[in-house]
Design a protein around this ligand. Structure first.
Ligand code: SAH
Length: 362
């Protein structure tokens, strides 16, 4: 067998802007208003199934769907935790590449953690995805489809807790979203466009998490879409951060924090700082103080910190900080006036928590 070529995923309706959809439908010999009908089925009813599109003539919908809705994601396996309110899905893409997404249902909101790349090129040593290297970027539609599937499962009552709505999307699955910038931005546009042009999510409920690719943070700010930015900091000093987040050798702690502050100024959105607490590595009280100082030096009320107890990854020598050390770290940040909330470790027993997504087909 010849090895799979690393081509592009087939074009899909969700890749296209509203104007491009009308063009695509016209090119297929149909009237442009059919694009709006398809958008209503896809983004409002969360359907890509011709059989459900009964307001279009059968021949029309069959050929439009065959052309514009190629199946992009095939579920390989789902794992559940928390009585079915946490669901991790392993997807196979058109070329056999695997990615994962994780749905987390809470009282009053449901969050999907999506992948933006298969693997990741950022090589953070404490992250399972970072150990894999980058396989390829996902397409816009491959990202949007992760969300559509989750939103549909909730809508149809397939997730424990009865019918519900997907409210939040976080780019905290596999990959570095800002290393796949244009594609991710287009996906964000589909998420926040009001139905039927998009899924109608609130921009503030979409979080883009980054290792700190400074030019891309500034570009994102300039789009004027007020998504929430999360910066994976993990250390307040360059010496340690360069070890934990290798891209720090390109953009330093101060440069990343300055970009985060500019993001706040441009969007008014409070930035999240993510900080995986690793025992005896980055959890020292002096590092909490240094972080508190660096954040307050840049102003007040613009940032909060999310310490994340380190989730175990295969082969890693590191473990989470002791609870007392974690408590001290949090207390120090709060003493600096920094709102600080420890992130829950939802999904860790199904390897679905932060940093555990490796998409192995076990
Ligand atoms: N590449 C992006 C998004 C993916 S990860 C980024 O780095 O921000 C989402 C968060 O999980 C990041 O803050 C990441 O640093 C963190 N993370 C990675 N591995 C982890 C682990 N083993 N335990 C806890 N958090 C981890």
């Amino acid at each position: 067998m010849t090895p799979a070529r690393r081509g592009k995923p087939p074009r899909h309706f969700a890749d296209l802007s509203p104007a491009e959809r009308a063009d695509a439908v016209t090119e297929l010999g149909e009237k442009p208003f059919r694009a709006k009908q398809l958008a209503t089925h896809y983004f409002a009813h969360l359907s890509a199934d011709a059989a459900e599109m009964t307001d279009l003539p059968k021949a029309t919908r069959d050929h439009l769907v065959a052309d514009l809705f190629p199946p992009l994601l095939r579920p390989i396996r789902t794992l559940e935790a928390d009585a079915g309110t946490t669901v991790k899905t392993l997807w196979s893409l058109y070329d056999g590449v695997k990615v994962e997404s994780v749905l987390m249902r809470y009282p009053g909101r449901s969050t999907l953690c999506v992948s933006s790349q298969a693997g990741c090129g950022m090589a953070c040593p404490f992250c399972a995805t970072g150990q894999q290297g980058l396989t390829r970027n996902l397409s816009t539609a491959e990202i949007v489809e992760q969300v559509r599937h989750a939103a549909r499962a909730l809508q149809r009552g397939e997730i424990a807790g009865g019918p519900g709505r997907l409210t939040n999307v976080v780019f905290m699955g596999m990959g570095e979203p800002l290393a796949n910038y244009r594609t991710v931005l287009e996906a964000v546009r589909r998420f926040v466009a009001p139905a039927p042009d998009g899924l109608g999510l609130s921009a503030r409920n979409v979080t883009v998490s980054t290792v700190g690719l400074v030019p891309a943070i500034d570009k994102l700010a300039a789009t004027g879409i007020p998504v929430t930015l999360a910066l994976s900091l993990h250390a307040p000093d360059d010496e340690l951060r360069s070890e934990l987040v290798p891209i720090n050798t390109r953009w330093t702690v101060d440069e990343a924090l300055d970009a985060a502050r500019r993001y706040f100024e441009a969007t008014g959105r409070r930035v999240s700082i993510e900080y995986a607490l690793i025992k005896d590595m980055n959890d020292h009280a002096w590092r909490a103080d240094l972080l508190g100082k660096k954040l307050t030096d840049r102003g007040r009320g613009w940032v909060h910190v999310n310490p994340i107890p380190l989730n175990p990854t295969p082969g890693s020598i590191w473990t989470a900080s002791d609870p007392a050390v974690e408590a001290e770290f949090v207390a120090r940040l709060r003493a600096h006036g920094i709102p600080t909330t420890v992130r829950d470790t939802r999904g860790s027993e199904i390897d679905g928590a932060c940093g555990q997504l490796a998409a192995e087909d076990r």
